[in-house]
Design a protein around this ligand. Structure first.
Ligand SMILES: Nc1ncnc2c1ncn2[C@@H]1O[C@H](COP(=O)(O)OP(=O)(O)OP(=O)(O)O)[C@@H](O)[C@H]1O
Length: 737
């Protein structure tokens, strides 16, 4: 086949060459030809890889389908029909970008932005273009006239053939060719004459008409003539340079990036077979970017590529937060590589929908919590869940945790209590809606926080009794809190949100061991009882966060962490190996980004909604109004916990101390305390008193021997002198304050 050459003229020489091959022309085996056209195996990063030449030979034009080996075979008979039906994946009728409002909006926005950019780019260069056009237009006019005359004479092509016939002495052919030329040129001269007359008339009309007619005609004709007059390598308009703008994700780009990761398994497979990296579905638009689903060479796991996100971004010459590799469903070697139109840090996250006036939350139902790199909203629910948020300083865990508490505040049924053990006051804005709030890492706050965990445990016991009661009445069918029970006034089963930020401070303190054990029990028991535990921690090692807790948490958000151990402590064993790696996020720069696990079948990278303290204050104001109406607003300065504060134990012990005894058994003291205040100490056992005395190191619980019926019996107890010393110490501290 011949094609018109660049300036639109027919290439006669090529046509003649084509003819001479005549009937002996080669029959092309298309498969063979395709195989010959298959791309060279990519050979690592190319320093010039941003240039367009490479993109021009883009492998999207390459047959990337699975290699055909032999003919099709019948499907195995033993695969059940329903399994086969499930495996058949139909192509969507509409393209991905047209299937949802979000994707459509994103595509339209991107195209509009692009068009706007191009328009602005050329707009500022218009004067330069005008000068160039005026310079080249006369040349274009002369050239056009020459071409028209040549066309009318019908000499082109014919002359060569006539010359060839003349040199062969073939008069007959010469005459035939000349007759043909004459036939053509007769009507062509007429056409040319008519065209010239038309042009002349047009010029007269334009000259006679309003001046804007000439302006419009000039704006059309001059650039047209200029493009005909300019040399081929000097376009009138400048190229809209690519710069840092979006580079379309192409199969070749993906292949080159993957082979630049220095992974021997990929490179050796591709060297043997360029199709070792294949694309089961076409690369397509997905939200504000493109998605490539890639089948990696046999034996390579998607997780291994995810771990090399930095290298992947480097190979694509894109910022890190524009490249989002993820393991894709199907098999472990399938990678979903999403590349945004722009870096995530430059994409504007939509405002948190909960900021809108009038929006309420039902903790039983999902509410927006984060966005994906594609700016899809990810929703979470609170009920029957425990959350663990982990990340290094500056990763954004406090803000993320606060989002959940703000959401809970918008459900007036939810009681909120919690401690931030960093002492910064990030949660102080929520104080008006919290029944209990502590801030600091001093011993007093840690003791209160520990007391709170003990109270939570007791609360779980109380709630389990209530659930039992309602289950008997048929109101708790699954022995779980239902929305009806949660809303029922005085059921005592309303949602209770208990949060701890920087929990490692408590876990590494002297209360750590007991607190860890109790909290683990609370997590296990509380889930069905409407107790929702939210934990934020910076150091997720086993001393800072007992494995009993991490194991039992069902919702996890791992923000930027430094290493695999921290990653797996938060997301669960093997998360790192499976490609869920929050180590790829940079603290501060990518604050709020993390891997969310426990919602949906797989973990995914999301960014929590950013709500600053001012916006949080507005939500709290709305929450206060809702709670006022519902009558659930906690009263300020009122100790609403039902257990007496730990500090009172000392005074009560002194009051009930048995006579002149130098030491007393805990067991005896518990009995006496229960007589004094049955509501507080009723049912206390020796161990409980030991725990309650923990904040007072002066009181040492040790073995105390007694003679009973002539026999010596040893039990745990305390000395009177220790008790008095602890009281003196406390009084001294109080007067110092
Ligand atoms: N979702 C988010 N989007 C954008 N920026 C965020 C987001 N979350 C947090 N940030 C920013 O990151 C900063 C650090 O967040 P935050 O205080 O929550 O980190 P942290 O992990 O709790 O750190 P530390 O352990 O030091 O307290 C915040 O000041 C905020 O500006």
């Amino acid at each position: 086949m011949t094609a018109p050459d660049e300036d639109g003229r027919f290439d006669w020489q090529a046509a003649e060459a084509d003819l001479t091959t005549g009937p002996d022309a080669e029959v092309v085996d298309l498969d063979d030809a395709r195989a010959r056209r298959a791309p060279r195996p990519p050979t690592g990063p190319d320093p010039d890889d941003a240039d367009d030449a490479n993109d021009a030979e883009d492998a999207e034009t390459v047959d990337a389908g699975p290699e055909r080996v032999g003919g099709p075979v019948d499907m195995a008979d033993d695969v059940p029909a329903e399994v086969v039906a499930r495996q058949q994946q139909r192509r969507p009728i509409l393209a991905e970008w047209a299937r949802s409002g979000r994707a459509l909006r994103a595509a339209v926005k991107h195209q509009t932005k692009d068009a706007g950019y191009v328009a602005a780019y050329h707009g500022v260069r218009l004067p330069k273009y005008a000068v160039k056009a005026l310079a080249w237009a006369p040349i274009g006019a002369v050239r056009s006239i020459g071409q028209a005359v040549r066309w009318a004479a019908a000499e082109e092509g014919n002359w060569h053939l006539r010359q060839a016939a003349a040199s062969r002495g073939d008069a007959d052919t010469w005459l035939k060719l000349d007759a043909r030329r004459q036939r053509q040129s007769v009507w062509r001269w007429w056409v040319l004459a008519a065209g010239t007359a038309g042009t002349g008339t047009g010029v007269i009309v334009l000259a006679a008409g309003p001046s804007w007619w000439s302006a419009v005609a000039g704006a059309v004709v001059v650039p047209w003539l200029a493009t005909r007059g300019r040399p081929a390598d000097r376009p009138i308009t400048d190229r809209v340079t690519e710069g840092t703008r979006y580079r379309k994700l192409t199969a070749e780009l993906v292949r080159r990036a993957l082979t630049s990761l220095q992974m021997p398994a990929i490179n050796s497979a591709v060297a043997k077979d360029p199709k070792a990296i294949s694309f089961p579905v076409d690369i397509h638009r997905d939200g504000p970017g493109h998605l490539a689903v890639v089948d990696l060479p046999y034996g390579v796991e998607a997780a291994e590529v995810v771990a090399r996100r930095g290298k992947l971004a480097s190979a694509m010459r894109l910022p890190l937060d524009q490249v989002w590799p993820e393991p894709a469903p199907g098999h472990t070697g399938r990678l979903a590589l999403w590349v945004g139109y722009e870096p995530a840090s430059q994409m504007k996250q939509p405002a948190w929908p909960l900021l809108n006036a009038g929006v309420k939350v039902d903790v039983f139902k999902p509410f927006p919590f984060a966005t994906t790199p594609r700016l899809d909203t990810v929703s979470v629910d609170l009920m029957f869940r425990n959350f663990l948020f982990g990340g290094q300083p500056g990763s954004g865990k406090t803000f993320a945790l606060r989002d959940l508490i703000l959401a809970a505040a918008l459900d007036p049924r939810a009681e909120i209590r919690g401690y931030e053990l960093k002492g910064v006051g990030d949660f102080a804005v929520l104080e008006p809606v919290m029944a209990e709030y502590g801030n600091g890492f001093d011993d007093d706050t840690l003791a209160r926080c520990f007391g709170f965990i003990e109270w939570l445990y007791e609360e779980c016991r109380r709630r389990s009794k209530r659930i039992e009661h309602y289950a008997r009445l048929g109101k708790a069918p699954e022995n779980k809190v239902t929305p009806e029970l949660a809303s029922l006034k005085d059921s005592g089963l309303h949602p209770l949100v208990a949060w701890f930020d920087e929990l490692q401070e408590l876990m590494t303190s002297k209360y750590g061991k007991d607190a860890g054990e109790l909290l683990e029990k609370v997590i296990k028991l509380g889930r069905a009882l409407g107790v929702i535990i939210l934990i934020g921690t910076q150091i997720p090692d086993k001393d800072s966060l007992p494995t009993g807790i991490t194991r039992n948490v069902n919702s996890r958000f791992c923000l930027s962490v430094a290493d695999q151990t921290a990653n797996d402590m938060i997301l669960g064993t093997s998360a790192y190996k499976n490609g869920y790696r929050a180590t790829v996020f940079q603290p501060v720069i990518e604050a709020g980004w993390g891997i969310l696990r426990g919602f949906g079948p797989k973990a995914s990278a999301v960014r929590s909604f950013y709500v600053d303290t001012t916006a949080a204050g507005r939500i709290v104001a709305r929450a206060v109004a809702l709670r006022q109406t519902a009558g659930t607003l906690p009263k300020p300065d009122e100790q609403t916990r039902e257990v007496a504060p730990v500090a009172d134990v000392l005074g009560d012990l002194a009051q009930v101390w048995p006579g002149d005894e130098k030491s007393a058994w805990n067991e005896t003291l518990c009995g006496l305390l229960a007589e004094l205040r049955p509501d507080v100490y009723g049912g206390w056992e020796a161990a409980q008193l030991t725990t309650a005395l923990k904040p007072h190191p002066a009181v040492k619980v040790a073995d105390v021997g007694r003679r009973i019926d002539g026999k010596s019996v040893t039990r745990r107890g305390i000395k009177h002198t220790d008790l008095l010393a602890a009281i003196a110490e406390r009084d001294r501290k109080r007067s110092a304050d």
